[in-house]
Design a protein around this ligand. Sequence first.
Ligand SMILES: Cc1cc2nc3c(=O)[nH]c(=O)nc-3n(C[C@H](O)[C@H](O)[C@H](O)COP(=O)(O)OP(=O)(O)OC[C@H]3O[C@@H](n4cnc5c(N)ncnc54)[C@H](O)[C@@H]3O)c2cc1C
Length: 325
Amino acid sequence: MSNGILVFVEHREGVVNKTSFEAVAAAQQLGAALGREVTAVVLGTDASLAGEVAGYNVSQVISAESPKLDVYTPDAYADAMEQVVRAVSPQFVVMPHTYLVRDYAPKLAARFGKGLISDCVRARAEGGSVTFTRRIFLGKIDADVVAEGEPPAFATFQSGAYRPDQAEKGGGAPVESMTVEVGEVRMRPEPPFQEVKGAVDLSKADVIIAVGRGIKSQENLALAEKLAEALGGEIAASRPICDAGWLPIDRQIGSSGQTVAPKLYVALGISGAIQHLVGMKNASTIVAVNKDPEAPIFDIADYGIVGDLFEVVPVLTEEVKKLKG
Ligand SMILES: Cc1cc2nc3c(=O)[nH]c(=O)nc-3n(C[C@H](O)[C@H](O)[C@H](O)COP(=O)(O)OP(=O)(O)OC[C@H]3O[C@@H](n4cnc5c(N)ncnc54)[C@H](O)[C@@H]3O)c2cc1C
């Protein structure tokens, strides 16, 4: 099993996160292109989650277990993953680019004297070597990165780089339990951060209606909220809207806000500044409404409506309602 692909599957309180299935899809595609096996790893205290992951097309699932893995700490995760990586001896370790991975993965990579090729948007395999692509300078330039030296190489993939439904199901991979030794854990996690009441994890939303400065005033948000309600979506915004306090900061999309990849992203009165685009350009379908035909948002929109949002949105909302009966 050595020199295959090892994919890290993250979970919180027994729920595997969506970005992990995207990482599984990335690992499977890489495995297929290189003719290598894919092993998935789940860290925790019991093997039940590994059973869920075993339903995917991987050659095996390792359930690395220790009582010290019941809650996330970077020390425990780095210790556990180090042992799994040494046991599996993969060519590539593929991980989702989540906050948790960002926290412990550099430490893990450093233990192998390696860097972390982080936040990749794609990977291309050619002649046994893999070129990872990551966006730099706020998405203005794509950099191709090739890992040098002995394996393993460590890479994380940006949310939305692959679709979770691209992760192929399989015939039930074997689960191997592995007891891992976890050394000193130097921190105790505080109780989970309490989000503001009613806060949503926008990365989980299938439909997002985002408003920009074109909405003009806080009162006008109701217009977008009606469209969001009709489409069953969540409200989000560009930075000026959150800076003005019209929406809470957890609704901000972009380089200093959230990165999302919904099925549908509707941008209302958003110009399409690069700092906004980096947070949403992986959406499957982008619809933009803007009265300026030259607005950069139209460069990445699948459907563009040049017009006044105060005229367009009520019509759009009514039509959606009619279609949905
Ligand atoms: C370090 C840094 C970090 C940043 N981080 C972020 C970030 O995370 N997220 C983010 O969004 N921005 C971020 N920004 C700000 C970013 O550069 C832009 O200023 C911001 O995205 C612009 O927001 P906007 O598109 O809503 O406003 P504007 O650029 O003012 O665009 C408003 C648009 O609305 C259109 N419009 C006006 N009236 C109507 C109407 N009646 N109907 C239809 N269209 C109309 C206009 O044609 C225009 O295109 C950051 C900037 C910096 C420097």
